[in-house]
Every structure is written in C-alpha cells, then in structure tokens.
Ligand binder design. Sequence first.
Ligand code: SF4
Ligand code: FES
Length: 254
Amino acid sequence: MSGDLLNLTLRIWRQAGPDDKGAFRNYQLNGVSTHMSFLEMLDVLNEQLIESGEEPVEFDHDCREGICGMCSLMINGQAHGPDKATTTCQLHMRRFNNGDTITIEPWRASAFPVIRDLVVDRSAFDRIISTGGYVSVSTGNAPDGNAIPVPGNRQEVAMDAAACIGCGACVAACKNASAMLFVSAKVSQLAILPQGVPERNQRVLGMVAKMDDEGFGHCTNTNECEAACPAEISVSNIARLNREYLRASIVAGT
Ligand code: SF4
Ligand code: FES
C-alpha cells in the first residue's frame, strides 16, 4: 500500500428518520487518498454504497470552504474532528493513519434532532436569530467607512464575534448542549457597534429567552465550546452576554 493511500474502517451512525432508533454500522473503505478532504472521503464511500445497492450516508455540506457552517460531524468524539479551528470540510485525510477506525456521528443535542443519518435540524439557531439577532431598520447602501466613527479596538472585537458561522459545534461539544457561545457571539457582534445599540436590551432578552425555550442547556464554564469552535470565538463573549443580560434585565425592571 502506498503511503498516500489509507485502508479505513468507518463506524457510521445510520438512522432512517427522526423516529428511527438508529445504530452504528461498519464500512470498509480502501485506497483513500491522504490528499482528500474528509467530505470527499464520504463521497467515495457513498459511491461505493450506491454501486452495491445500499442507501448512501446523508450528511450536511454546502460551501466546503469553512464558510457556511453546514458540515456538522462528530469525528472520534470531537466536533469537526481533531484539528483546532477547522471545520469538517477543511479536515484532510492525511490527519489519519492506515488501518484507523473512524467513528462518525451527528451532533448530539435534544435541540438539534436527527433528521437522518448524520443530518440534524439546526433551525433552533435560526429561531434564536429571528428573535433579535439583527438591526431592524433598513440600513440602505453601505455607508462610507468613516461615516460613523468606531474605535478600532471595538471594531476588532465585533468582527471577531461576527466570525461565528452558526455551525453548532459549540453545542455538540458542551456536556450541557449549551448554545451560549453561539448566542454570545451574535449578541456581542451587534452590542459593540453603534448600529446595534438602540435594540440592545430587547435583543439580548429575546435571544436568551428563545435559547432557553428551544431546550439548550446552561453554561457551566467548562470552555469545551471555545476549544471546538472552528471560528475561534472566545468565551469572553459569554461574559459579555451575561453583562448584557444583567444590564437589560435591570433596565427592563425600571
Ligand atoms: S460559536 Fe463557533 S462553534 Fe458555535 S456556532 Fe459559532 S462558529 Fe460554530
Ligand atoms: S461545508 Fe460549509 S463550512 Fe463546511
């Protein structure tokens, strides 16, 4: 066997639908190029399954460039696999060894129900965003960069928070299936900038209430979310979310 090719055992979660119990199934896949991405490797497996008359494995993907947040796989117990700041679509097969067994599961969180195989329903995130994760006035064309002065350090913090791609790895990595890192990134991105300030209070109160309503757990500061996040969103945003929430609660009570 060439050093560029791997023989692998894939232990993959198969679930025919939301009400199916689901189970792991083993597949042997030989001759996997180390130059492939993880999703290309699954494409090759699916071609093999289709040729043998078996249903292909359903998995989410879109951009395959680390931008859209669609690819959501638990690989050997780690959200998006072993590499730091890397989505599943950016993960390469050179990260694995010949003869490896790779366990591939969907995100596990009751707020993200499995639709089929490795695909989960992440529309709970959309519903949280729709309770306030936006600026509701029409902003028109992009204004000149200096029309509203923003201190450089604040702009940097807002842009870092805006890097969240909504993938859900933070929820999958958290033992409480908490969505605090995701919500804190969305709240921070707008709370820091002047355009987001008028709706600051209703935004944080609405998004946190919706997060709880959707069944996400609470944050107990284990920081697994930050470790799993492909966009390197900092847990300092969770501290900001808590401050924003406290502030808005006091204002709402006066
Ligand atoms: S905070 Fe990170 S892990 Fe969570 S949804 Fe955003 S990009 Fe994904
Ligand atoms: S497919 Fe878009 S981030 Fe992976």
